[in-house]
Design a protein around this ligand. Structure first.
Ligand code: NAP
Length: 251
């Protein structure tokens, strides 16, 4: 049964049909009783998770959301406005990694690599977040946003040859996530007047489609934990931080 939206916490998770986003949505619904809006490019994929959660007594809806489409973003924002009239929590989780990491994997032409990577990882996130600001400003309590980034976006780590992933090629991905960090810090400023709690999180190395389900990665559930922790922290939760499970990450 749908919850009373005047008392529940309403959270949108982008890219929630699989991987870390899916685990975030499940934890928010099951462990915190949030009303979770599952954003997914393929509506049917999000609906499957919403159905699964609802059949277990949790509150979830699904929303078609493609970050590269202005029409999709506009429709999604209108739907949230009409159904809920506000948004309390936004998890900007959706992202892509298109760089070629091995010599035998064909590389995209550089312009296409950067245009596609930035279209999803930064431009789409900026368009969605901007369009949701009016609804975030109506949040019950302080609006919260978690930007899912990576320690590979750290300028400090990128200049340290001892960093474990120093030799992993992520030219476009890393750059897009560094830009994402800067975008996030701008929302710290833009939502300061309403006490926004805006943070940047790295899930660590996680076994998902993005990483080819690497055996070195944690489970999506473990990767989601820190992100969910930031999203569910109380009114005095952190603000303007860049961190992972182990603690702060250098900018
Ligand atoms: P994943 O399993 O590949 O899932 C990515 C999600 O993003 C999918 O739901 C995907 O939808 C969605 N997505 C891709 N392009 C989109 C678009 N244009 N519009 C809307 N949704 C889109 O990846 P993941 O490992 O869970 O990654 C989640 C986040 O964690 C990403 O931001 C990633 O950069 C970050 N991260 C991951 C790791 C890791 O080790 N896995 C480490 C650091 C940071 P489809 O199913 O339709 O493709």
């Amino acid at each position: 049964m749908a919850k009373d939206i005047s008392t529940t916490t309403i959270a949108l998770v982008t890219g929630a049909n699989k991987g870390i986003g899916r685990a975030i949505a499940i934890q928010l619904a099951k462990d915190h009783g949030y009303t979770v809006i599952i954003g997914s490019r393929q509506l049917s994929a999000g609906e499957a998770l919403a159905f699964e959660l609802k059949s277990q007594g949790y509150d979830a809806t699904s929303l078609q959301l493609d970050l590269t489409s202005d029409e999709s973003i506009a429709n999604a924002v209108t739907t949230i406005e009409q159904q809920y009239g506000r948004l309390d929590v936004l998890i900007n989780n959706a992202g892509i990694f298109l760089d070629s990491t091995t010599p035998d994997a064909p590389a995209l032409p550089t312009r296409e690599l950067f245009e596609r990577t930035f279209a999803t990882n930064i431009i789409g996130v900026a368009c969605l977040t901007d369009a949701l600001v009016p609804l975030l400003r109506k949040a019950h309590g302080k609006p919260r946003i978690v930007f899912v980034s990576t320690s590979m976006s750290s300028l400090t780590n990128a200049t340290n040859k001892g960093t474990i992933y120093y030799n992993i090629n992520g030219t476009a991905y890393d750059s897009s996530k560094t830009a994402l960090n800067m975008l996030a810090l701008n929302y710290v400023r833009l939502l300061e007047d309403v006490g926004g709690r805006i943070n940047i999180a790295c899930p660590g190395l996680v076994a998902t489609d993005m990483t080819g389900h690497t055996s070195f990665g944690t489970t999506p559930e473990e990767g989601a934990e820190h992100i969910v922790g930031l999203a569910t922290a109380g009114e005095e939760g952190q603000n303007g931080t860049f961190s992972g499970k182990q603690g702060p990450i250098p900018w």
